[in-house]
Write a protein that binds this ligand. Structure first.
Ligand SMILES: Cc1cc2nc3c(=O)[nH]c(=O)nc-3n(C[C@H](O)[C@H](O)[C@H](O)COP(=O)(O)OP(=O)(O)OC[C@H]3O[C@@H](n4cnc5c(N)ncnc54)[C@H](O)[C@@H]3O)c2cc1C
Ligand SMILES: Cc1cc2nc3c(=O)[nH]c(=O)nc-3n(C[C@H](O)[C@H](O)[C@H](O)COP(=O)(O)O)c2cc1C
Ligand code: SF4
Length: 390
């Protein structure tokens, strides 16, 4: 009993794990033939619970087995911690696979259906590799390079996870937390990898005796410094709101930026009891709606909420509890608000890799958002490819 069409699939991003279990139980109680229960089942723990609660006679796995084809075997052998977890993103399997008429792939399993990508083999010449950044790109790169037998030092200035920490903050994205935990465990347990908590500079790396560097420093949050009054104390970053690091004052909040981060921040603010207006500079908010299941799901969730959406308006000034917004003809509009939350996107940071490349006589690989801001899929895949070729 699993829903099959894309229209329902996009919404599964916003559903809790095992959300169909109550329905399959009702069917099982009413029929005398075997019932398969499923949908958003990602852990053996949940599968066991569903079976013992009588939600079904079997548990059916879809995406969990794309993320890790050995899921069932690992579960059977008590190796649940080794399972590469599906993060319920629909990016590889659906957006870039099924819906793009392309072979299915998977965000967290970079070799899925990549027949051109042979298994990792041990290197004959082990090297000292440095990885800068412990987001998905850096973690995947470190694990791939270490599996070849290289020695890896991974520098992370904050904590392992990178932007996935903020990405996984909303409750409906808790599945991403499992990937962070997976990387932490596998980095800790790999004797070829040292994780060092340090904010390293290019100088530090140039002074280090290493044979290759993988730069995975991620993107930089846009701060809209050209906007008058942007440093006012009524302005907060989406990242700090998502992780509940700040108390957003008042009742009304304007979220600047109508992409996926802006949309999920707006929904989080509604959960905090705020009246939210999204202000988007482009003519359409969530402009990637036709190619992204997440964007479709958020568009529906926002249309069913109290959130107001204003498009084709650029933030020009923040002052005295009101925003000045300007349309493309230069007309001004005022918006009264108690707080402003910036979700204006990220910029790539190629400088770190470029400086190393210019000054170090070793191969330098720039991967993930540091190269071009995208998503976990590209970070994982690029990190893997860089790590496996050293
Ligand atoms: C709020 C939010 C929601 C998101 N939601 C999704 C989503 O649902 N699905 C999805 O696929 N993607 C999502 N993304 C995007 C995704 O998180 C990023 O594309 C991905 O994390 C990029 O990975 P990365 O490893 O390249 O960089 P990052 O994850 O940014 O990691 C870079 C790491 O490098 C460290 N670092 C930087 N400089 C140094 C230095 N000098 N020394 C040591 N360490 C350093 C940083 O501390 C950081 O941990 C979201 C992003 C945000 C912000
Ligand atoms: C790549 C992909 C292809 C799918 N193809 C079909 C299909 O052809 N017919 C169908 O009824 N459901 C299809 N589904 C939906 C799955 O059968 C299942 O309902 C969905 O993935 C939810 O289960 P899961 O949470 O275990 O992945 C597909 C899902 C994915 C991710
Ligand atoms: S692409 Fe995302 S949703 Fe699809 S199987 Fe992989 S991790 Fe799961």
């Amino acid at each position: 009993m699993i829903s099959g069409t894309h229209a329902t699939a996009a919404m599964e991003i916003l559903q809790p794990d095992g959300f169909n279990a109550n329905m399959t139980k009702r069917i099982k109680d009413a029929v005398s033939i075997p019932v398969f229960a499923g949908h958003n089942v990602f852990t053996p723990e949940l599968a066991e619970k569903m079976l013992s609660d009588g939600d079904g006679d079997f548990v059916a796995l879809g995406r969990a087995s794309l993320a890790d084809p050995a899921w069932a075997k690992k579960a059977q052998n008590g190796l649940a911690d080794d399972i590469t977890p599906c993060i319920n993103c629909l990016i590889g399997c659906t957006d870039r696979g099924l819906l793009a008429n392309r072979p299915i792939s998977c965000t967290v399993n970079p070799t899925l259906y990549k027949y051109e990508c042979p298994p990792i083999t041990p290197t004959q010449t082990p090297k000292n590799v440095v990885v800068i950044g412990g987001g998905p790109a850096g973690c995947e790169a470190a694990l791939a390079a270490a599996r070849r037998g290289n020695h890896v030092t991974l520098y992370e200035k904050r904590e392992i996870g990178g932007a996935m920490i903020e990405a996984s903050a909303p409750e409906n994205k808790a599945d991403i937390r499992r990937l962070i935990a997976y990387y932490k465990r596998h980095l800790d347990n790999n004797k070829n990898i040292d994780v060092v908590q340090k904010n390293v500079t290019t100088e530090d790396i140039l002074n280090e005796n290493c044979d290759a560097a993988i730069v995975a420093v991620g993107g930089r949050e846009r701060t809209l410094n050209n906007v008058n009054g942007i440093n006012s104390d009524m302005v907060f970053s989406a990242m700090s709101v998502l992780t509940h690091d700040v108390n957003v004052p008042g009742e009304s909040v304007a979220v600047i930026g109508g992409g996926i981060t802006g949309s999920e921040t707006a929904l989080e603010l509604v959960r905090m009891g705020k009246q939210v207006t999204i202000v988007e500079m482009a003519d359409q908010f969530l402009s990637n709606r036709s190619t992204s299941s997440a964007a479709q799901a958020y568009a529906v969730a926002i249309s069913q909420s109290t959130i107001k959406v204003l498009t084709s308006l650029r933030l020009e000034k923040v002052a005295d509890g009101q925003l000045t917004l300007v349309d493309k003809f230069g007309n001004e509009q005022l918006l009264k608000t108690d707080a402003v939350v910036l979700a204006a996107g990220f910029d790539a940071q190629p400088q770190f890799a470029n400086t190393l490349d210019d000054n170090a006589n070793i191969p330098v690989y720039n991967v993930g958002d540091a190269k071009r801001v995208r998503d976990i899929y590209d970070a994982v895949h690029e990190g893997f490819v860089a790590g496996r070729q050293i």
